[in-house]
Design a protein around this ligand. Structure first.
Ligand code: NAP
Ligand code: MG
Length: 403
């Protein structure tokens, strides 16, 4: 069999613990036998990040900017316990935070939907993708605990020294106040990332804020989305036969629950934080949630939404058998390979990504799955397999599909 050839290397960011083991197995069992895999490898495993004083994370993000597409394994974000466990020089920052800051991207999260695992919301038939704005609002706030009577004001001092002053509240007793901000440039990047992604996957885009109450703050979000849509995307959306739809956040929530899915839901930072956990849980499993970071200038970083599955890794280290679900990590690879194939005009690479996804879905739908899915699957007959056996079973299905 002739292996599929690649043109441009994929930026490969290796990671930690159980997902690092899965990473290697996916390459050996499902990719290298079929593809002449071309990657530029960056080891974001915590040990090497520590050795290079985290330089490797910056280098990987810069390579993502250079080549356009990367695939990332889950990585440990160190805390005090990890500093001790790995004897780290420093409590290094979250690699995802570093990469996101360099690429200035928006994160899109979608569940992998399979027959036999029904969403808790019975109307949902297709995946709902959450796009979360990753800058500002309550995550960059200034807050103050008011301990007694007094006047709270909001003051803006212009570069020219001119002051704009408004009363927030005249306190007669204890209370709380908060100031927060966002910047047009970041909202514009967010809007473009959402419009581009909607065109990419040919799905409607929904966006919602509370502009009736927040007449300046939230209204700015609404206006920026609308202006960019009218000026740059209206015709492209019409040509792709998709819609941009704005509504109030409370109306959006009600519509989402009644909908059958199959669209992208753009959320402000806090709404996205809350709604992505709601959507992920309602669709069934964290192990089935994919994630892609898209930058406004068209760079893509694919990963799983879950972490390094530490609990399973410690079992593995003790020699115990694990049944860890590789689906989200596998879909990070297929997403990246498909995008690379599309950008380089490699039809067989795109087709392979489709086949590998189809094979993994069919394997689960025919009853072979990891423990986490067996617990929620409604199929009458289920075969629970271990971490590696699951990939071997997918390979068997893949060979059937390819023949
Ligand atoms: P986690 O790795 O997502 O795992 C939490 C639990 O969810 C697991 O113990 C397991 O439940 C279940 N789970 C998650 N993924 C699974 C899979 N693929 N198959 C089966 N079960 C799965 O979160 P965590 O334990 O809180 O964090 C571990 C490490 O990951 C931390 O060091 C954190 O910094 C890092 N992290 C990295 C990223 C990233 O790189 N994007 C994201 C989040 C966390 P059971 O134990 O009940 O089976
Ligand atoms: Mg959260």
């Amino acid at each position: 069999m002739q292996k599929i050839q690649m043109k441009t290397p994929l930026v490969e960011m290796d990671g930690d613990e159980m997902t690092r083991i899965i990473w290697k197995s996916i390459k050996e069992i499902l990719l290298q036998p079929y593809i002449d895999l071309k990657t530029e490898y960056y080891d974001l495993g915590l040990e090497y990040r520590d050795q290079t004083n985290d330089q490797v994370t910056y280098d990987a993000a810069m390579a993502n900017k250079k080549y356009g597409v990367s695939v990332k394994c889950a990585t440990i974000t160190p805390n005090a316990q990890r500093v001790e466990e790995y004897n780290l020089k420093e409590m290094w920052k979250s690699p995802n935070g570093t990469i996101r800051a360099i690429l200035d991207g928006t994160v899109f999260r979608s569940p992998i939907v399979v027959n036999g695992i029904s969403p808790i919301v019975s109307a949902w038939k297709k995946p709902i993708t959450i796009a979360r704005h990753a800058y500002g609002d309550v995550y960059r706030n200034t807050e103050y605990r008011v301990e007694g009577p007094g006047k709270a004001e909001i003051v803006f001092t212009g570069k020219d020294g001119k002051e704009i002053r408004q009363t927030i509240f005249d306190f007669e007793d204890k209370g709380v106040i908060m100031g927060m901000h966002n910047i047009d440039k970041s909202i514009e990047s967010f809007a473009r990332a959402c419009f581009n992604y909607a065109l990419d996957v040919k799905q409607d885009l929904w966006f919602a804020t509370k502009d009736t109450i927040s007449k300046k703050y939230d209204h700015t979000f609404k206006d920026i989305f609308q202006d960019i849509f009218e000026a740059e995307y209206k015709e492209k959306f019409a040509a792709a036969n998709i819609e941009y739809f704005y509504t109030l956040i409370d109306d959006a929530v009600a519509r989402v629950v009644r909908s059958e899915g199959g669209y992208i839901w753009a959320c402000k930072n806090y709404d996205g934080d809350v709604m992505s956990d709601m959507v992920a849980t309602a669709f069934g499993s964290l192990a089935m949630m994919t994630s892609v970071l898209v930058s406004p200038d068209g760079n893509y970083e694919y990963e799983a939404a879950h972490g390094t599955v530490t609990r399973h890794y410690y079992k593995h280290l003790k020699g115990e058998e694990t049944s860890t679900n590789a689906m989200a990590t596998l879909f990070a690879w297929t997403g990246a390979l498909r995008k690379r194939g599309e950008l380089d005009g490699l039809k067989d690479l795109v087709e392979f990504a489709d086949q590998l996804e189809a094979a993994s879905l069919r394997t689960i739908e025919e009853g072979t799955m990891t423990k986490d899915l067996a617990l929620i699957s409604e199929l009458p007959e289920k075969k629970v397999v271990n971490t590696e056996q699951f990939l071997v079973e997918i390979r068997k299905t893949l060979d059937k599909i390819r023949n």
